[in-house]
Design a protein around this ligand. Structure first.
Ligand code: ADP
Ligand code: ZN
Ligand code: ZN
Length: 714
């Protein structure tokens, strides 16, 4: 209830409310004339915190839509949409204290009543000359101002108040002119023209181009035209793609203030960036998935880079959402175009292109003079292999290094070796809390579980029989060791989560590659995106087989995307690149199609397979995942849940079954899959069923969550 004397808050505004004995901050969703609750149970709000809503109408609409579609409580959706500082009451605009001389103070000075302490006199003098004065300046001019101000404040000679701080844009004026745009290729020009003609209405474009084909250049020119129309742009990128180089390129080319939102910011930094977006000081907001909820007024275009990337899907916590899909919803509400860019669009997106819902804009060639790389498979069964490197690969590295090229070795597994084995009794080091093996980390002398973080000393002997143990298989640490042995004269850098912990580590690694100081780069997924290597002439995919035989229906798509993305690191400059893919299954149809027909051919074959087996995008999925400290409890809960659903029309229920890795960090995971070719039927079922699942009495505490449109089924 809004008490008398308080103006009704607008929807999307924060209010302070009584909650039990506490006072909490809430967000107004809407105002209604009638309540379902009896009058006496309604409470009055205490204060309205915002005159301008923290959730502007378009964002509030998106929040509502997401809460509905993902069947998730709106409060938690709002929590994902707002920075922590804003949730706890921080002002929408940055505030700053100003100080001035009161009429009483002026009078006292005129009457010659002077303050005794020199610091007080100095302060009064400052205030007579500069009235009012910003606290930031006071601190600089008069370091001891605080002790001087306190008595004067008590006497009523001076006063202070908080006002909106000068905007970031004026605090840090953009200097110089924008970098000039290169002359676009005909395909780039076509893409820019098509998208900019569509500004002002909803449409979805798929910018499909190889890495290095100039997609970012297209984004930049589209944004430039959007800004010229007085509107703003929102750019979503995967966590891994948001590099300082990308931000710098945007800043230099567009010469416009940018707000950058990502998970590496402190609460205060995030608040500052969010304020820059909310106040309109920033004309471009670049961010990772939760930035889809960022406050951007007069939004003119949304760009989703690397739209296929799994990190655009939130998969932690209870609220699972796809930032890409929400970007489409936001664009549709706002009636603006959205651009999905990728070298390897997801199969869903390609199916939407095939059905005519999205328009594909192709950039088939590389920008500049770069040539496409040559791909070849290396049969691991036909060649001698040492520490994961087949002889033809070693020879190729030698050749490229001799020709002054650089070499990239990709292996999506960090550590020294994935297994520690006793060759006498067959013991392998297990994680005690997971259905997984411990990974050997040789240099730090530890065994680590990559699923739960368990960490223990590396044993020298088998705990079962006392025989010596040895590491089996390869991780990036071992590949590094082997390459240093083979090519001692070639400086090497490794990039994985063990050695690169923050931005500055990554910058240093990229610098040593780009300056030519390092000749070999060994890395995991961390190196596959966003980095531009001019002199990388050889790329090696050390093990393509990890994704070939997975139970996850999306594993093949992932593998093809990774191979194409890594291959795209080769030959970005003026030299043609070579890509070698090591596999023990060179005859595998996926690899064969990928080699002979490229990603497009692969996607056609994979979509045909999905259609035949009715996997997405030819059906809709939702999965309920449950975990408990016993395997039985999680399964029982889901069995009960399934029983509650009965035999719904048009929705198939599959399971419950234990997850592929059932035990993780001491908890047992199970899942129940719901599948339908009819999206409406699926959501109607979920809407009626989930509240009843939530009421289920569980014998033992069970954690569960719903994931609509899951991207992995593990
Ligand atoms: P992508 O985003 O598809 O990987 P980029 O836009 O980063 O491609 O372009 C790759 C490289 O080619 C960059 O160094 C970029 O500056 C350059 N480039 C892009 N378009 C052109 C163009 N039309 N003429 C010359 N160089 C270009
Ligand atoms: Zn043993
Ligand atoms: Zn573990």
């Amino acid at each position: 209830r809004v008490p008398e004397g308080i103006a009704a808050p607008l929807p999307g505004s924060r209010v302070r409310v009584p909650f039990g004995r506490r006072r909490l901050i809430g967000v107004v969703i809407e105002q209604v004339a009638q309540s379902l609750l009896p009058e006496e149970r309604l409470k009055s709000l205490i204060a309205v915190l915002d005159t301008v809503p923290v959730l502007a109408a378009p964002v509030l609409d998106l929040v509502r839509w997401a809460s509905d579609y993902y069947h998730h409580p709106i409060g938690e959706v709002i929590a994902s949409a707002l920075p922590k500082a804003v949730r706890s009451g921080a002002s929408l605009v940055a505030l700053e204290e100003i100080w001035w001389l009161t009429a009483q103070g002026r009078e006292a000075l005129r009457a010659g009543r002077l303050a005794r302490a020199p610091a007080q006199r100095h302060l009064l003098e400052l205030l007579t000359r500069h009235d009012p004065i910003r606290q930031g300046i006071l601190i600089e001019v008069l370091p001891r101002w605080r002790s001087a101000a306190t008595p004067l404040l008590q006497q009523g000679w001076i006063a202070h108040a908080a006002v909106a701080a000068a905007a970031k844009a004026t605090a840090e004026p953009m200097t110089g002119a924008a970098n000039p745009a290169p002359l676009p290729t005909p395909e780039q020009a076509q893409a820019v023209a098509t998208i900019t003609t569509a500004l002002g209405g909803f449409s979805t474009f798929v910018l499909h181009g190889l890495t290095g084909s100039g997609k970012t250049e297209v984004y930049l020119q589209v944004i430039q035209q959007t800004l010229a129309q007085g509107r703003r742009a929102l750019v979503l990128v995967p966590e891994i793609g948001l590099t300082p180089q990308l931000v710098q390129r945007f800043e230099q080319r567009l010469n416009a203030p940018l707000a950058v939102l990502h998970s590496g910011l402190t609460d205060n930094e995030r608040l500052a960036e969010w304020r820059a977006a909310a106040s309109g000081a920033a004309s471009i907001v670049v961010g990772t998935r939760s930035a889809v909820f960022a406050p951007v007024a007069d939004l003119g275009v949304i760009i989703v880079d690397e739209e296929h990337d799994a990190s655009l899907k939130q998969h932690e916590g209870g609220f699972h959402y796809s930032a890409r899909d929400l970007a489409l919803v936001r664009a549709q509400h706002a009636q603006i175009p959205v651009v999905l860019g990728s070298a390897t669009p997801s199969l869903e997106t390609l199916q939407n292109v095939a059905s005519g819902r999205y328009q594909r804009l192709a950039l088939p060639r590389r920008a500049g003079q770069a040539l496409p790389p040559r791909l070849a498979l290396v049969d691991l069964r036909a060649h001698a292999v040492t520490a994961g490197l087949a002889t033809p690969v070693v020879l190729a590295i030698e050749r490229h290094l001799a020709a002054e090229g650089q070499v990239l070795a990709f292996l999506n597994r960090r550590g020294y070796a994935p297994t520690l084995l006793c060759t006498a009794c067959g013991w392998v080091a297990p994680c005690k809390d997971c259905d997984a093996r411990m990974t050997v980390h040789q240099r730090s002398g530890r065994l680590r579980c990559h699923h739960c973080g368990a960490d223990s000393p590396l044993p020298q002997n088998c705990p079962q029989c006392g025989f010596a143990v040895r590491p089996v298989g390869q991780g990036t640490e071992r590949v590094e060791e082997r390459l240093r042995e083979l090519f001692p004269q070639a400086p090497l850098v490794r990039v994985d989560r063990d050695v690169v912990r923050g931005r500055s580590d990554m910058d240093a690694a990229m610098h040593s590659i780009n300056s030519g100081a390092a000749r070999i780069l060994v890395g995991t997924q961390m190196i596959t995106k966003g980095h531009d290597f001019q002199n990388m002439t050889l790329v090696i995919v050390l093990n393509a087989d990890q994704g070939l035989f997975s139970t996850d229906f999306r594993a093949a798509e992932r593998l093809a995307q990774t191979i194409v993305q890594v291959a795209g690191r080769a030959g970005r400059g003026s030299r043609a690149g070579e890509v070698l893919i090591q596999t023990a299954y060179p005859e595998h149809p996926l690899l064969q199609t990928l080699m002979s027909e490229g990603y497009d051919g692969f996607a056609r074959a994979a979509l045909a397979e999905r259609a035949a087996s009715r996997w997405p995008p030819f059906s809709r999925l939702a999965v309920v995942r449950a975990s408990a400290t016993s395997a039985a409890a999680a399964l029982e809960f889901l069995t009960e849940a399934r029983r509650l659903a009965g035999a719904p029309r048009a929705v198939k229920l599959l399971g419950p079954v234990p997850a592929a890795m059932a035990r993780r960090a001491g908890r047992y995971h199970s899942q129940l899959l719901l599948e339908s070719t009819d999206r409406t039927a699926l959501h109607r079922l979920l809407g009626g069923w989930l509240p009843r699942v939530a009421e289920l009495p569980a014998a033992r505490p069970v954690r569960w969550a719903l994931d609509v449109d899951p991207i992995d089924l593990f």
